[in-house]
Design a protein around this ligand. Sequence first.
Ligand code: ADP
Ligand code: MG
Length: 742
Amino acid sequence: MLKLQEIVKTYTVGEFQQTALNSVSLEFRKSEFVTILGPSGCGKTTMLNIVGGLDHYDSGDLIISGKSTKNFVDAEWDAYRNNSIGFIFQSHNLIPHLSILQNVEMGMALSGVSASERTARAKEVLIEVGLKDHIHKRPNQLSGGQSQRVAIARAIANNPDVILADEPTGSLDSVTSIQILELIKRVGTGKLVIMVTHNPEFAEAYSNRIIRLKDGIVVDDTNPVKHISEMDTQYQLKKTAMSFKTAVISSINNIRTKIGRTLLTAIAGSIGIIGIALILALSNGLGNEIARFEQETLAGYPIAITPSRLDFERLRELGETDLPEFPTDPIARVFDQQRFQNYLSVPNVITQDYIDYVQNYINTTGQSTIAGVKFVRNTNMTVLVNTGTELDPTYRTFYSEVKNPPIPSNPGAPFSTARFTLLPEGVVFTNNYEVIYGSLPQRNTTGGSTFEVTLVVDQYNRIYKTTLERMGFVIPDSEIDTYTVPFENLLGLEVRLFVGAYVSGESDVSSAITLRISGIVRAKETSNVTIFNNGLGYHHDLIDYIAQNYSSEIGSINSIFIYPNNFQDKEAVKAHLNLYNVGLDDAQKIEYVDQAQTFTSLVKGVIDTISIVLIGFAGISLVVSSIMIAIITYISVIERTKEIGVLRALGARKKDISRVFNTENLLIGFAAGTVGLLISLLLIIPINHIIYSLAEIPNVASLTIIHMSLLLTVSITLAFIAGLIPARMAAKKDPVVALRTE
Ligand code: ADP
Ligand code: MG
């Protein structure tokens, strides 16, 4: 059955070499009860470990059923221990956090016996060893004798061919010892039992063969094997593998025994998760808030294509100069701020090609996305207000523009501050403005030179002071905040539009176009479109009239303002405008400005930056908690060294050992993630209350399912990674050393 051939085993401790077995040759029968006697340190345990495949010899050979083990790989040793060997140790070595039943089942679990089958078999052997009534107890609830009975049950559960017992009665009183020996003899019937003992009487009484060892050498063998025929069994091995379920059960049980520590670890691990969850919830909520704001409040800002635009790249260079800061020399220097401003604004000249492109879009696919559009041409014109009398007029310039204006150094300014504005075509105006006094300007159908215009007030019915003054109202300084004008005084007010180059006192204003205020309009309360909020608005009719009668005074289209229906449509329009620039040189590109977006992307950028910084900090706490998990796993590995040895003796592979620890860390990671998310969800409630009381924005912080599953994954992954190295250490532990530790 088993044959040791000149087995040599030497342990090296530092410089010192200890030969534990010095060329031991022995043969064992398939069925016999062998005791090994010898003084302490003579190599008895070493021999058992080598026979059991737990320790490996330096030279010689262990022949199992005629098969040399010289070229055995780890898997074969694991399978051999699991299938063929049952170990019984002096100190019982039960796994403390598993129930007695689970302890007995472990070996079978490792060889893949189904759960129901192994429970049945474990109960069977526990009854066999006389522990019928103690099946569901824990190891620490048993006496020494009972513990050893469990160990015996565990050793025979997998029905091994060989039972190896290393001083099984060493820690028991004599009465119990005899019971245990009787039991071993009984369960070992028909098997090879090799038992180490100190007690020669026991050896005489129970065994049919006594081998004496001294200093690693066999000095006596009462019944050596003489005939080859006595070595007959065939050697068969099944592979072992711990199922994931077994690993999980073992992990859960172990976690249960130190629930306090595990909880602390999970809470520590959850702090980083909480940090990141809250930051994500807030920035996500603020992002949504901004998007909502953008949609509801700012979507109405037109997409503006103006003759110049700000170059943000250049804006960044704004502060850069080679001049020394805070110089001490008493010299003033010149700063050409004009050139600087010109430098920042880049010409954005609209070509006919571009106009056709936009026009084509508006008339076809873009039609449904656009509420209104405005093609602005500059004209040589001046709007004049008569501050004198009818007969003796004195004209004051209300507004003036030229056909070919220089590129404005402040792009965007003309359309927000203009006092005289072309109303966009399309429904955008009537949809968003209501007449609060008088009527909408009539279209000029008579061909006469009088046109109706509207006067716009803001939501407080205010008109710019300067606008009122230019219309001839005199506002005393003392009344700056209280001055009012009844609408009826404004209605019917007439101003003159002089087309051409106006020279004060020389130009003949009598033949100029007359503009009459027909109504006061104001943005609707529900409106979110800003066309203008200051001054006079005119219809395209006026432009047509000027084009017809003063064609030489009118310039080409220099600005386009597009008012999309809503936020989504704006994106569609922008996408279409972007298409125009594809493949063009920078100089040929025509860029639009989306003021609303420029604003919100700035805010969003700031929030994103803050979030990233905060997440960085939270990330550090995540790293710290990962290190903690690593340390705790490491401590756990040290604490459970003995258990690792026992599991290996039962046939667990290295993989199975690391799996037990990895599973435990997965569970801790899961717990940390879950605890973290639960606490975050709880914290979000007061946080939202605080934000609401501060800013009146309801439910800003919110966690999405995606964020939550992401965070849970992060938590599990980090805990797993943190535990990998300690788990590997556990797997690599030498089972012999592990079993020797106390
Ligand atoms: P026994 O079981 O007969 O008391 P052992 O087989 O445990 O003896 O030990 C045999 C010899 O080998 C002893 O001298 C012991 O100190 C030494 N030894 C056993 N294991 C180791 C080890 N892991 N490292 C160093 N020396 C060891
Ligand atoms: Mg020993």
